[in-house]
Ligand binder design. Structure first.
Ligand code: XUL
Ligand code: MN
Length: 347
């Protein structure tokens, strides 16, 4: 498949943050939510990733008319700024009704909250002109396995996905797997789990995966393989490129910042898999370092995009003929050395 000559990039407003972490407060002045959108184009981004309440703040407290009016205003703002909404994700991990998950909660009332919130998210996605919603299934897991029936939990997830497909006949659902954090163990930790749910659903063509580098690494998997698995099924809805130092807390480091070779392999898989030729975005989900001064802080976004593009150059100048020859000869020592020399620019 031909690769696009140019890529489109996206990030979410949460990627510009004030630096609070579980151990300390904000360290930078607040960048008002509304003022973030003007930063996209100058930084080279045209796609906006939204949570539902990034579109309609304080969503649970709004009437349907208020939700509709705010969504229309955001759609107009995006148009004025020349931006495209990439997806909207229901934030099902914040409200008191979601302490034990949403779709998989043992409480019927909490599950009803999750469904009501999802319907609001689907309405918002339609109103802003987004073709997809993203399910990051944050608390759909358990802290101790005895707490829930896992079989029932998978059945409930599938039921919820089918309800979404039914409620909106054109929306795509992109499942973003993650093995842990904030729950101890999540029910949908890998691309395999996400795509199994997709194929079991009533309209599998509209259910895909969104692969985040850090999430794959937290599952002790190779992110490029997770992306390739989705591409092989024509089910890579989007990516969240970032990086991660081993099996620790979710770090959302700059793309390539921890493992440049693994980043190169992700770019190779995307290039060779024809990713982007239908307008799919190169999505980033990166956090700046807490030590970074200034407001707003955007260097991490600019740098991650630049690192991606530098690796695209590396992918396009990678000598495919030589690679094929070394594969044919099964000389993987030479292939590794060529790859490292290529990445280091050694002559
Ligand atoms: C959480 C994460 C989220 C999702 C969107 O780890 O990656 O930001 O991408 O809800
Ligand atoms: Mn993400």
């Amino acid at each position: 498949m031909p690769h696009p000559t140019t890529y489109r990039f996206s990030f979410g407003p949460w990627n510009i943050s004030e630096g609070a972490d579980p151990f300390g407060p904000e360290v930078r002045p607040v960048t008002p939510h509304e003022s973030k959108f003007a930063l996209y184009r100058p930084l080279g981004f045209e796609g906006v990733q939204f949570h539902d309440d990034d579109v309609v703040p304080d969503l649970d407290a709004q009437t349907p008319a208020q939700i509709a009016a705010k969504s229309v205003a955001v759609a107009q703002m995006l148009k004025n700024q020349g931006l495209t909404p990439e997806f909207v994700a229901p934030r099902l991990w914040f409200a008191p009704q979601t302490v034990d998950g949403g779709y998989t909660s043992n409480s019927a009332g909490d599950r009803q909250y999750a469904w009501d919130r999802t319907k609001k998210c689907l309405d918002i996605a339609k109103a802003v002109g987004s073709k997809a919603i993203v399910l990051w299934l944050a608390r759909e897991g358990s802290y101790i396995r005895e707490a829930k029936s896992a079989k029932l939990a998978y059945e409930r997830l599938l039921t919820a996905i089918n309800q979404m497909l039914d409620y909106d006949k054109s929306i795509e659902i992109w499942i973003e797997p993650k093995p842990n954090e904030p729950t101890d163990m999540a029910y949908v930790p890998t691309a395999g789990h996400a795509l199994a749910l997709a194929y079991a659903s009533q309209d599998h063509k509209r259910v895909k995966g969104l692969i985040e580098t850090a999430h794959a690494l937290l599952a002790n998997l190779d992110p490029s393989d997770e992306m390739a698995f989705c591409l092989a099924h024509d089910k890579l809805g989007s990516v969240h490129l970032n990086d991660q130092n081993g099996l620790k807390y979710d770090q959302d480091k700059n793309f390539g910042g921890a493992n440049l070779r693994a980043a190169f392999n992700q770019v190779l898989v995307l290039e060779d898999g024809g990713y982007g030729h239908r307008g799919e975005f190169i999505g980033l989900d990166v956090k700046t370092m807490r030590t970074q001064a200034g407001s707003p802080v955007t260097a991490h976004l600019k740098n991650s995009r630049e690192i991606f593009l530098l690796l695209v150059d590396k992918a396009r100048s990678y000598d495919r003929k030589l690679v094929q020859q070394l594969r044919d000869n099964r000389d993987y020592e030479a292939l590794e050395m060529y790859t490292i020399r290529h990445l280091l620019g050694a002559r």
